[in-house]
Design a protein around this ligand. Sequence first.
Ligand code: FES
Length: 210
Amino acid sequence: MTSEQGEGRGASEGEEGSRREFLKAAAAISGVLAVAGIASVMKSVVIPSVPTQTQQTFPRVKVSSLDELSTGTVVIFNYPLGNEPNILVKLGQKAEGGVGPDEDIVAFSQVCQHLGCIWGYVAPGKSPTANPSYVATGPVGYCPCHGSVYDLTQAAKVIGGPAPRPEPQVTLEVDASGDVYATGMGPPSVFGHDTGSNDVSNDLQGGTIV
Ligand code: FES
């Protein structure tokens, strides 16, 4: 073997080794780029949130407007679930949690905290149809089933009958145009939702949110 041949074969083996190293490096780089590409695609994928009945926030719902309300006006509306009635009343006197220029517009769950009947508004000096002998000394909620009475000026405090706790009060807001919105519920839970609990998120479970 001549040195020329030896050098020639040595150069050929060197080229082969370099080619193998180059191919290995190229494969490694293409693998890294592939992973980076997948990661980049994954980062760009936005998984949409799916509304469920485990929603933890109360909806904001228009209930009325100031120009539709005068003293004694009653508005019945479902909230926060589509099958649960609430009652909004403009009392004509300042009330705890009241909104509007006179702080006299309030709203509560209309499902009695005793056994779940639907109560109604009775104006001062008036009697409920179910009990003509009872005369309201202030704006109250009166339940026709067993006579529970809620003082609507004091956050539906129980002032008569067997109800064990006040009615949940609906949080109201009035916007710049005078529209009145329901935006939440205060404790306790609405009757039938983990009765007696102060966890108002219970009120959002078990039905369709309005
Ligand atoms: S259900 Fe209302 S007082 Fe009994």
